[in-house]
Design a protein around this ligand. Structure first.
Ligand code: GLA
Length: 366
């Protein structure tokens, strides 16, 4: 369910819970990243696609109690009541509370807020469920109070909520893709300048997203450890950000201590692969693109060490079953893989993969 159906469903969930229709409904998509992983907080390039049928929808109205947010989620089957002045509490409503605080604290202090949330985006799959919740919340609340914000401004505000309120030191890829991306089209983004180029997908091939069945929790320490390692590598190499480095720097990168050398090498590798990926996509060269995906997975696995045995096995099987390339997508430590499959073979390919892996689930074909 997505688009108008999902908006209707969130309005119905709101009405069932609160007894009145919502004043505003909004939604925002998840994303699958094709190339450029963990490059975004290093000022590098990324190449994601906003997903057409996987999204979060939020319905809101002015509330009954000044300063209080009453939130309901069908996904968690849980009502949460939060005061606008509260700190984060490690709950799903933190994302909503953080977004409301960021743009409409004074308004909600006066009117209160009611919100219902539904999603068909699996959590912990590496498809940006939290960014989609943030962007949908910001879209809904800004419309409710008549606050003007551009899609870029919403992306920047959403990332700030995630960094400063939720406490996850992510880059801007997910929020930018959810807010600015056109569902179904790829977006090449320079995360340092926020300059971006939309690119259509391949005519005769599809990107297939398959969940490995292993869910991650990015607020766990693995992600933050990588951010800290990149900062330490930048200091050791005397650059502001690792994206200042290129293939010509690989010798001096190799000379800094383990594992910082491999972390920095991954950023240089994936940045290059992402730039090459843009060209391959623009030229319609699916074979070249598939090779870049395979190289990117190897770098995620060997240098960045963010893959798990289940995603490694799935990527290998994906290629054996006829994909031109495949790699783990998103923050890592589990979650989903994305594979590039000839359009005519998608159905058979999905059947072969799900027959082989009991826990694998096809989430999207784009
Ligand atoms: C998560 C973060 C993003 C990005 C990816 C890895 O999705 O939210 O900012 O760092 O991991 O590429």
């Amino acid at each position: 369910m997505s688009g108008p159906d999902q908006l209707q469903a969130v309005a119905a969930a709101f009405e069932a819970h609160f007894g009145t229709a919502p004043q505003v409904v909004a939604s925002a998509p998840g994303r699958v990243n094709l190339l450029g992983e963990h490059t975004d907080y290093n000022g590098g390039y990324v190449l994601p696609i906003a997903l057409k049928h996987l999204s979060v929808a939020v319905a809101v109205s002015r509330g009954a109690v000044p300063g209080v947010i009453e939130a309901w989620s069908d996904t968690f089957h849980e009502a949460e009541t939060r005061a606008i002045g509260e700190a984060r509490a490690g709950r799903w409503s933190d994302y909503l509370l953080g977004c409301v605080k960021a743009v409409a604290e004074a308004q909600v202090a006066e009117t209160g807020l009611r919100a219902a949330v539904i999603t068909n985006l699996p959590l912990g799959a590496g498809l940006s469920s939290s960014a989609a919740l943030e962007v949908a919340s910001l879209r809904a609340v800004t419309r409710l109070y008549g606050i003007e914000m551009s899609p870029q401004e919403i992306a920047i505000a959403a990332r700030a909520v995630e960094n400063d309120f939720v406490g996850m030191p992510c880059g801007i890829m997910d929020q930018f893709t959810s807010s600015v991306g056109q569902p179904g089209a790829a977006l090449f983004l320079d995360t340092r300048t926020l300059a971006f180029t939309p690119v259509p997908g391949f005519a005769e091939h599809r990107f297939v997203v398959v969940h490995s069945g292993v869910s991650h929790q990015l607020t766990d320490s693995g992600y933050a450890t990588r951010v800290a390692e990149c900062n330490a590598a930048s200091a050791a190499l005397d650059v502001e950000m690792l994206s200042d480095l290129g293939p010509g720097d690989l010798a001096r990168i190799g000379a800094i201590p383990e594992p910082l050398n491999r972390r920095a090498r991954h950023i240089v590798t994936d940045n290059r692969l992402t730039r090459e990926g843009l060209v391959a996509l623009q030229q319609g060269d699916a074979v070249a693109f598939g090779r870049l995906m395979i190289a990117s997975h190897a770098s995620e696995r060997d240098d960045y060490e963010i893959t798990v045995p289940e995603t490694d096995a799935l990527v290998a099987a994906a290629v054996d079953a006829g994909a031109l390339g495949a790699r783990q997508t998103g923050g890592g430590f589990g979650g989903a893989i994305v594979a590039l499959v000839p359009r005519a073979q998608v159905e058979d390919w999905c059947a072969a993969i799900t027959a082989q892996f009991a826990h694998a689930r096809v989430l999207a074909v784009t």
